[in-house]
Ligand binder design. Structure first.
Ligand SMILES: CC(C)(COP(=O)(O)OP(=O)(O)OC[C@H]1O[C@@H](n2cnc3c(N)ncnc32)[C@H](O)[C@@H]1OP(=O)(O)O)[C@@H](O)C(=O)NCCC(=O)NCCS
Length: 164
């Protein structure tokens, strides 16, 4: 992916659009994820996208943000969610399980617009609670999600080391 700074171009944009992911976006989503996480996982993404394609209209929760005008083909970020019901004794709830904004497009509201779009999509299917999970030491995500109104929820995560 073009990792050269697009900050000035992006800052000069007055708008960006958030829309459902399309086939042509997948390569750029995979590249952005690899850039942000440092781990390339093509198979994971292709399987996830295949599952997304099977969803009915109105129940798709995989969105991308892209610039408009000159930045039409620049993928600025993505968010992915899913509605899960009755697991862990929980009523239907919308999980946000992946979110990333390209490094040179951050702190300009892209992440917030992605969150807003996902929240609206959950509300449209009558889901009124959104959850996510973050690493304890991920201060960036903590600051971002707190600013978006997310707080500690009623569940705690437990785990056990299964190595022999
Ligand atoms: C977290 C992330 C999505 C935020 O996206 P963003 O577009 O920069 O966020 P926004 O510009 O919409 O910021 C919204 C609010 O979040 C908070 N925030 C965002 N970046 C912040 C930072 N670096 N430090 C502190 N607060 C921050 C602020 O409160 C901000 O509101 P403000 O601009 O009015 O102060 C982005 O930094 C990112 O992609 N990080 C990497 C995530 C990752 O590792 N994903 C892969 C695994 S799922």
């Amino acid at each position: 992916m073009d990792t050269g700074s697009k900050r000035e171009e992006i800052e000069s944009q007055t708008d960006l659009k958030v829309r459902l992911v399309q086939d042509a976006d997948l390569t750029r989503v995979i590249e952005l994820d690899a850039l942000v996480t440092g781990v390339a996982k093509d198979t994971y993404w292709h399987e996830l996208y295949a599952r997304h394609r099977q969803r009915s209209e109105g129940e798709e929760f995989f969105f991308v943000a892209e610039g408009v005008g000159a930045l039409e083909s620049t993928l600025l970020g993505y968010v992915i969610g899913e509605v899960r019901a009755w697991e862990f004794g929980s009523e239907p709830c919308g999980w946000l399980f992946a979110l990333a904004v390209r490094p040179d497009a951050r702190q300009m509201g892209v992440g917030e617009q992605l969150m807003t779009t996902l929240s609206d999509a959950f509300r449209n299917v009558d889901v009124t609670t959104m959850r996510t999970m973050i690493s304890r030491d991920n201060h960036l995500f903590m600051s971002f999600f707190r600013s978006e109104g997310m707080m500690a929820g009623p569940y705690i995560q437990l785990e056990k080391d299964l190595k022999p």
